[in-house]
Design a protein. Structure first.
Length: 249
């Protein structure tokens, strides 16, 4: 029985030694890369050639070792702060506080400038503020900002369906550019195959672009495939209005 315990202890000790060795190797590799980049910054030249004969090499190495804990703590603190801003931004949206939400997401973007989700929610907040802003000038600024955030989100992830839909809404209903919404919505509908909202918006985009036949086809498709009576009725009403030439008579 004692022998088994000794074997387990030895195995545990070996495992811990392996993990520690892996950690040290990883840290040394990270320090080496950081050291090279620091040498490049300090000297304004290629770090590969500088590290071999640079007189500041040892000083840089000591500084990195000295500040490693501080650096790690600051990075960790920044990550936590970024998470806080994302969480509070989402909470503000839940309560319709879009101005505060936008500020929170902009703070998060200072930490995570290429996060597609944060960019999307910044765009969503801007779009909501555009609809409620009383000043014509500020309203237009919010609209432009919403477009930029949605586009930036898609630039990072071109298959992110949420900014596709948000941007398409603006193109169809606010910017009078339905032709720009069509390719976005076609992609959106290939990703969100069961979305009736995407099909409705695509039909509206084609209608606004002057392609009434395609809009009717899309409404017929919704009527055939929808299991929701209300959606089916809405599609039928929209289709019939187009067929009547937009007349309510």
């Amino acid at each position: 029985m004692m022998k088994g315990k000794i074997l387990k202890v030895k195995h545990y000790s070996y495992l811990m030694a392996t993990l520690i060795l892996f950690f040290l190797i990883s840290c040394n590799q990270a320090d080496s890369g950081l050291l090279q980049r620091m040498a490049e910054m300090e000297n304004g030249a290629d770090g590969e050639t500088l590290l071999k004969g640079d007189e500041n090499y040892n000083d840089l190495k000591k500084d990195i070792a000295k500040f490693r804990k501080i650096l790690d703590e600051k990075v960790d603190a920044a990550e936590k702060l970024g998470t806080y801003y994302k969480l509070i931004g989402l909470k503000y949206i839940d309560y319709g506080m879009y101005g505060l939400a936008l500020e929170a997401f902009q703070e998060a973007l200072a930490i995570y400038p290429e996060n597609p989700n944060v960019l999307y929610y910044a765009g969503l907040s801007s779009a909501r503020l555009y609809k409620t802003e009383g000043s014509v000038v500020k309203s237009g600024q919010y609209l432009d900002q919403a477009v930029r955030y949605y586009e930036a989100s898609l630039a990072v992830n071109n298959r992110f369906s949420s900014p596709m839909y948000g941007l398409a809404v603006l193109y169809v209903y606010e910017l009078n550019m339905p032709e720009l919404a069509i390719p976005l919505l076609e992609m959106y509908n290939t990703i969100q195959k069961s979305s009736m909202d995407g099909r409705f918006l695509l039909a509206a985009a084609h209608y606004a672009a002057g392609d009434e036949d395609r809009a009717v086809e899309l409404y017929n498709d919704i009527i055939d495939k929808s299991d929701d009576r209300e959606l089916e009725e809405a599609a039928r009403n929209n289709r019939n209005e187009i067929l009547r030439g937009g007349s309510d008579e």
